[in-house]
Write a new protein. Sequence first.
Length: 70
Amino acid sequence: MNTYYTWSSSGLCTTPSYTMDYLMRHEFGHWVVFRHPSSSETSVMVSGYDCNKWNSIKTHDSDSLTSIYG
């Protein structure tokens, strides 16, 4: 983990910490070949972090996973 940032394992959105569940969802997305979207899609793969907005799996993410792996 990058110690430059403040991390939270509680799952709660507290400023300025990043949540571990968001990070793991985002990095898992890279593992299953998701990329950062070029637009502002509602996806855990958006590169700009906003815990209140992106701290869950979104429809776009599950639809993408299904389209790739069935």
